[in-house]
Ligand binder design. Sequence first.
Ligand SMILES: [Zn+2]
Length: 149
Amino acid sequence: MHAKTLCHHLSRLSCVTLLRENQHQPERDSSPLPFDVPDETGQPALRCRACGWVVTAEDQRITVNGRHDHVFFNPHGHVFEIGCFAHAPGAVPASSPSTEFSWFPGLTWQVVACAACGAHLGWRFQDVQDSDFFALILDRLVLDNSAAP
Ligand SMILES: [Zn+2]
């Protein structure tokens, strides 16, 4: 008698658990990306050439000191053709902020890398008011027109 009651109790519990799991099933496929800038705007994405990760989007291009693209030399003599972007959610800082040899006087810079594969993509520049932009090496990005509607 006692055992039968317990068994009945257990089966009711598992039934409740099952219902709860069903309720928590996701109702839609979530984006594989941790952000939705390109989808939201319908702008073509700019992807990491090395791995295809979405780094930023066309509409994030901005001008700094009057132009979008700049050519710079680093202290080792390497030439970089960079473009300026307001946001680059797919790039993450990979160094501490520095003011040494800053290409944009008065701004501190940090190396930024692809959030997915770690490839060096460019630099993040920041002023004393914490406003920032990204200077990305243009030939390390590829334009993804397939993201357009
Ligand atoms: Zn990458």
